[in-house]
Design a protein around this ligand. Structure first.
Ligand SMILES: *Cc1c(COP(=O)(O)O)cnc(C)c1O
Length: 344
């Protein structure tokens, strides 16, 4: 048997396939037309997540890009400005949506591991001046994808919350991987809900659902968000089949994220010894970023795919690997033995 037969796919935690149990709950979901607000399963999912975070309401959407973009549209107007880290998903990976959906400007900040601090934000809030776009929103990301899955703690958020309150800015959280962050820190969703005006939560990443993200916020803002979702073409009809997967994931797949974090650390240790790897960035959750030397990311990825290991390029001299539900101990062993053979 070819030793490389088992595919080791670490490109993203969105690759997970729904399990048999998840598919069974999807088949049995109660359904209705969610554009009429009548899909009982969607309503249960929205209420369940809102309840967990202590927020008033939720809105089920097809993607995390849509929940983020709706939030940005809620909190900005044309000629206003969003403050975020230069490596934010909302800025880098949402197709220029801040500009095209909201006609808003962006102020990019730097910060270690993709995180920004209250003092840096304070420095770039625009004064009330005809020349300047009005700052209306700060957006944070937790865990921070481009920061290598780094995690904000509540103690880091509090001064930012305070600053936003003092200056009348809205605060949004791109929580595509918020449960990875919470499982790591041991903090409670309820305490996070108190800090933000809106939170976007992805179900289709580490939680293992095929589709879906939920935007959380106040009842008034979620009512406006429904209208924006409609205009974006994100109103889905019998979406309860998808929402059922989300409910299943919240009940079964949250605490197992710890396993992904453990395997990510193991992947990092193995990768440190691979040829051409100069450095592996600190691993906090399920994302592993390796910096390369004397090889392009493209050639390094070719070497990996020859060994049936899949990763993605992540900047000029970096690659990224993400652990997930479908990367098991068997995959980890295969990964280790293939990298070890390469060393020789
Ligand atoms: C994946 C991701 C999103 C949303 O992505 P979709 O593919 O649109 O669901 C948003 N923010 C971050 C940090 C992500 O990793």
């Amino acid at each position: 048997m070819n030793d490389n037969q088992l595919r080791v796919d670490l490109r993203s935690d969105t690759l997970t396939l729904p399990t048999k149990e998840m598919k069974e709950t999807m088949l049995n979901a109660g359904l209705g037309d969610d554009v009429f607000g009548e899909d009982p399963t969607v309503n249960i999912l929205e209420d369940k997540l809102a309840g967990l975070f202590g927020m008033e309401a939720g809105l089920f959407c097809p993607s995390g890009t849509m929940t983020n973009q709706i939030a940005i549209k809620l909190h900005t107007r044309p000629q206003t400005e969003v403050i975020c880290h230069q490596f934010s998903h909302i800025y880098l990976y949402e197709g220029g949506g801040i500009m095209s959906n909201s006609l808003a400007s962006v102020k990019l900040l730097d910060g270690k591991l993709g995180k920004i601090e209250a003092e840096a934000i304070r420095q770039v809030i625009n004064a009330d001046d005809d020349h300047l776009p009005e700052t209306t929103l700060v957006s944070l990301e937790n865990t921070m994808n481009k920061g290598g899955g780094s995690v904000y703690t509540l103690d880091e958020i509090r001064p930012i919350r305070q600053l936003c309150k003092e200056t009348g800015l809205k605060l949004h959280l791109d929580g595509a991987r918020i449960f990875n962050a919470l499982v790591h820190s041991g903090e409670r969703p309820f305490d996070w809900g108190k800090m933000f005006d809106t939170i976007s939560v992805c179900l289709s990443k580490g939680l293992g659902c095929p589709v879906g993200s939920v935007l959380l916020g106040s009842r008034v803002e979620i009512k406006r968000a429904r209208k924006i979702r409609k205009a974006m073409g994100g109103g889905m009809r019998q979406a309860g089949m998808l929402a059922a997967a989300g409910i299943y994931a919240l009940d079964h797949n949250v605490f197992r994220l710890e396993e992904d974090h453990e395997r990510a650390k193991a992947v990092g240790k193995i990768l440190e010894k691979a040829p051409f790897v100069k450095e592996v960035l600190p691993i906090t959750t399920n994302i592993v970023i390796a910096r390369l030397s004397q090889i392009s990311p493209e050639s390094f990825l070719d070497e990996l795919t020859e060994r049936n290991i899949w990763a993605v390029k992540f900047g000029r001299d970096q690659i990224r690997m993400v652990t997930h539900m479908d990367f098991t101990d068997q995959h980890l062993e295969a990964f280790e033995s293939r990298i070890k053979r390469w060393e020789k």
